[in-house]
Design a protein around this ligand. Structure first.
Ligand SMILES: [Zn+2]
Length: 242
């Protein structure tokens, strides 16, 4: 079995009410949430998500408060850990929102993988597709994955709808067992300390509540070692996985 090492890349911070990020959370705190891509090093060089648009771009300004330092540019962050962006083989998108799919131009040779359902939802007139920077993401060609599939030995995806209709989580075989990059199904690891565990508060519509719960149950049945979509704890040694 092929094993991978995971390196989280810090690609800026947005400032948001915590209640927007954890379903059922009642507190009123506002805090910084990092934008994150995960680099997976093993038999192949794989990236999960590509981070957000530049804070000074029209989309970046729309997302304010949002800040990013020069070191938090995706190409710089990869080079800092010794990875040439041109060497990335696969980019797997948890979903195509502006803060997860904005820097695809660094990877001209990589295969860009997203769920068929995610891609198709973008042309559904009934889908309230806020959160997508359409002009940017539509410049690229994606390979469409249909449901739960193995991408390569050691890396698979599971369909986990709720935040978007076609969101997927990435299951990575590591020396500590299966670790799951959840995208925005789970925002903070704190979400799992509640009983029952909580998912992200931003659902694509009200009917997505059941989808969210089902998706959360689905990933927790695979592993409780999760790397959430916007948790600063993943940058601590051991990624907070204990
Ligand atoms: Zn996000």
């Amino acid at each position: 079995m092929s094993l991978y090492k995971i390196k989280p890349l810090h690609l800026g911070d947005i400032t948001r009410p915590k209640a927007n990020m954890i379903y059922g959370y009642k507190g009123t705190e506002v805090q910084d949430f990092p934008l994150i891509a995960y680099y997976l090093e093993g038999e192949h060089k794989i990236l999960v998500d590509t981070g957000g648009s530049h804070p000074e771009s029209p989309q970046g300004k729309k997302a304010a408060p949002y800040k990013r330092t020069p070191e938090q540019e995706l190409d710089v962050a990869l080079q800092k850990i010794g990875v040439d962006p041109a060497d990335i083989d696969y980019v797997i998108f948890t979903h195509l929102h502006w803060d997860h799919a904005a820097n695809n131009h660094f990877f001209p040779k990589a295969k860009l993988l997203c769920q068929k359902k995610e891609y198709e939802s973008l042309s559904d007139p009934n889908y309230p597709n806020k959160g997508y920077e359409m002009e940017n993401i539509m410049k690229y060609k994606y390979e469409l994955l249909d449901g739960d599939v193995q991408v390569v030995d050691g890396i698979s995806v599971v369909l986990t709808p709720g935040h978007t209709p076609g969101m997927q989580s990435v299951v990575v075989d590591t020396d500590m067992g299966k670790v799951i990059c959840t995208g925005d199904l789970v925002t903070l690891r704190e979400s799992l300390t509640y009983n029952p565990p909580r998912f992200n508060a931003l659902l694509y519509d009200d009917s997505a509540l059941d989808d969210m719960q089902e998706s959360l149950n689905k990933i927790l049945a695979i592993s409780r070692k999760v790397l959430p979509g916007h948790d600063p704890e993943v940058f601590t040694p051991g990624m907070g996985l204990g």
